[in-house]
Structure formats: C-alpha cells, structure tokens
Design a binder for this molecule. Structure first.
Ligand code: IPM
Ligand code: MG
Length: 377
C-alpha cells in the first residue's frame, strides 16, 4: 500500500492503547512490555497513552466511549484495542453497550477497510479441526468493509405498522464505499498471491448486484493484472471449509465479512492467534492514515483475570501496526519470527495446548516472546 513508501515525519509515534474489558487488559499488558522493549532496544520511539473503552468506560462514564477518547484516537498515529464486552453489561441499553464503543471508533475514524488475516502456523497445525493437508500453509486475507452496509444503514428500527410489529435494517452501499475497499483488496493482492475473490449475494440482493458491478469495473479500469473471481457468500463459507487454499484475498461487505472472518479464523485452530487491522483513508494534508489494530478474539469473560489468556493475537496486532502504520518492516518481521520461535519451542497457552507441549500463562507467554526477541539480538 501507498503508506509503506512514506517515512514518518515526527520523531515520536503516538499510540492510544484501549485495553477494554475481560482479558483485554491482561493481553495488552504483555504487548506493553514488548513496546517498552522495542523502545529500549530498537529506538522505536513510541509514546503510549491509555484510556477506557467498552464496559470499563461505561462503568466510569456511563457510555462505551467518551468524546475525549474518540478525539484522542483521531489524533493518535495508531490505536491498539484489546477487547470489549461481557455479560455484566447485557442489560445496558444498546447505544451504551460495550460494542457501541467499538462501532463508534470505527465509524468516527472512518476505518473502512478491515484486514483479517487467517494464517496457519505450522506448529499449530493440529489445533485446527480440519485435516492438516487441508490447512497446511494457509494464508488468507479477508478484507471486510467496516463502516457501511447493514451495520450502519438507515432507516433501521423496530416499529408497529397497522398493528403488526416489524424489525428492519438497511443494507446500502454507495459506489465510492465499494470502490475504496476493493482498491485496498487489489493493492494487497498485488503483494501476495495476486488473486481477489469478491463475495456478495448478487443472486438475491440488489446491493449484491451493484457490488459485483462496481468491483468488476474497478478491476477492468485499474487492476486488470490481478486475478478476480466472484462468489456468493453462502458458497464462500462452504468453500472456506472445503478447500481454503483456493483463496488469497477475499473482499466483502460488513456483515458477510463479519461471518466469513469467524469461519476463516477457525480454520487456523485458534482465535487466540489472529490479529486485525482497520484502516481509513490518507489525510491529504497530514499524510496520516487513521488505523486501529485489535485481536479478532473477544473479551473471554470466563477466563478474565486468571492469567490464562493467549496474548499472541494482540502481540501480532501490534506487529501489523509496526508494518502498516509505521513502515517498520524489520521490527514487524522480528516480532513475527519471535512468535513463531516461541511456538516452535513448544510453549502454549491453554487455548492452543496439545499433548507434549508446555503450558504457559499469559505473562509466561509474554516472557517467552521477550526472551526470544533478546536472543535474536
Ligand atoms: C467483530 C465483532 C463485532 C462486529 C461486534 C463485537 C460488534 O463481531 O469485530 O467481528 O460484529 O463487527
Ligand atoms: Mg465478528
């Protein structure tokens, strides 16, 4: 992507850290240690500020994210988020639920492109519920549209018409909304397997017909050298478990992307290993691209506070931050390698534990990653 060709102008890189709820603070604690280590040993120059989001923010301020925090997120060079939600806030009104904080950050920062890699680590191949020969070497990138579609479409509501109650949402996409996310997918494909699969339901939805038409035109106009295929969303979910290796980059709307990325995540055997990046458009004046990085997993309230959670998805989200927001490819490669090495040495948190491996805690995994970084010099 374009941003990788630009160098950072300021000397300090400001990160806003939003640990959130459940296991969020624990996994973020381990990332904080990695950030400190890199500041110390690799001169990464990160200044980290912490703030509240989700249920934690609701408890303190009565809303899932404050205006001040949104402003800080907009001003930061990148946001790193842990997880939000938990049964404690089930009874809270929808507009104040922990998830509302996440949705507002996505919308207000205009983070329209959500990158969700599904990568199978060789050392974890047995953790997948699929046969090893189906998932070995798997490397899929799902690009999910994140700020439009049925998640935000108007009108929406629950109302009574002629004595009958209705619930409704609106799936709506503008041409530029489709173009900009498809452009991200094509650009990414060029650096990977050069193949994009665009996913919709053009057999039943007008918005699906439109999606396919816009992607097809953009491809012909600007990306004819990239292989493009189209697939219905239901078929895509089936193909993901049948023969996932056929995919390189998948581009799809907000709702299908939500569902298909959970499916793709499970191919890898552990949600605890998967990072994500949500990116906006470059500001023509400052050159900055708004970005938020978060693990794909949730807040796992059942194991919160027990030092059991896997911090690697958040560590790898930080690695994506190094790569996409700061062009620090060496640091990102090094961190990715450290994670691979730790797994190769047989260390496992409970979610990825298997016979003959060594069970470690959240902080034990953090220790191991730092030890590995030290050893790599
Ligand atoms: C995700 C989550 C969110 C979504 C929820 C927590 C609002 O499932 O990031 O995939 O539906 O987008
Ligand atoms: Mg989801």
């Amino acid at each position: 992507m374009e941003r990788e060709r630009e160098t950072q102008v300021s000397n300090t890189n400001n990160i806003l850290m939003l640990p959130g709820d459940g296991i969020g603070p624990e996994v973020m604690g381990e990332v904080k240690r990695v950030i400190d280590w890199m500041n110390d040993k690799m001169d990464t120059g990160f200044a980290v500020e912490e703030d509240l989001v989700g249920g934690a923010c609701y408890d303190a301020h009565g809303c899932a994210v404050t205006d001040e925090t949104v402003a800080k997120a907009q001003a930061a060079d990148a946001v790193l988020l842990g997880a939000v939600g938990g049964p404690r806030w089930d009874a809270v009104a929808r507009q104040h639920r922990p998830e509302a904080g996440l949705l507002r950050l996505r919308k207000d920062l205009d983070l329209f492109a959500n990158l969700r890699p599904a990568l199978v680590f060789d050392a974890l191949i047995d953790a997948s519920t699929l046969k090893p020969e189906i998932v070995r070497g798997l490397d899929i990138m799902i690009v999910r549209e994140l700020t439009a579609g049925v998640y935000f479409g108007q009108p929406r509501g629950i109302e009574t018409r002629d004595g009958v109650r209705y619930g409704f949402d609106n799936q709506i996409y503008s041409e530029p909304e489709i173009q900009r996310v498809a452009r991200v997918a094509f650009d990414l494909a060029k650096k990977r397997g050069n193949k994009v699969t665009s996913v919709e339901k053009s057999n039943v939805m007008e918005s699906g017909i439109f999606w396919r038409e816009v992607v097809t035109k953009l491809h012909a106009d600007e990306f004819a050298d990239v292989e493009l295929g189209h697939m219905y969303a239901d078929n895509c979910s089936m193909q993901l478990v049948r023969w996932p290796a056929q995919f390189d980059v998948i581009v799809t709307d907000n709702l299908f992307g939500d569902i298909l990325s959970d499916c793709a995540a499970m191919l890898t055997g552990s949600l605890g290993m998967l990072p994500s990046a949500s990116l906006g458009a470059r500001d023509p004046e400052t050159g900055k691209i708004p970005a938020m990085y978060e693990p794909v997993h949730g807040s796992a309230p059942d194991i919160a506070g027990q030092n059991k959670a896997n911090p690697l998805a958040t560590v790898l989200s930080y690695s994506m931050m190094l790569r996409y927001s700061f062009d620090m490819t060496d640091a990102a490669d090094k961190l990715d390698q450290a994670v691979q090495n730790v797994l190769a040495h047989g260390l496992r948190t409970a979610d990825i534990m298997s016979d003959g491996m060594t069970l470690v805690t959240t902080s034990g995994m953090g220790d191991a990653v730092i030890k590995e970084l030290e050893a790599m010099g």
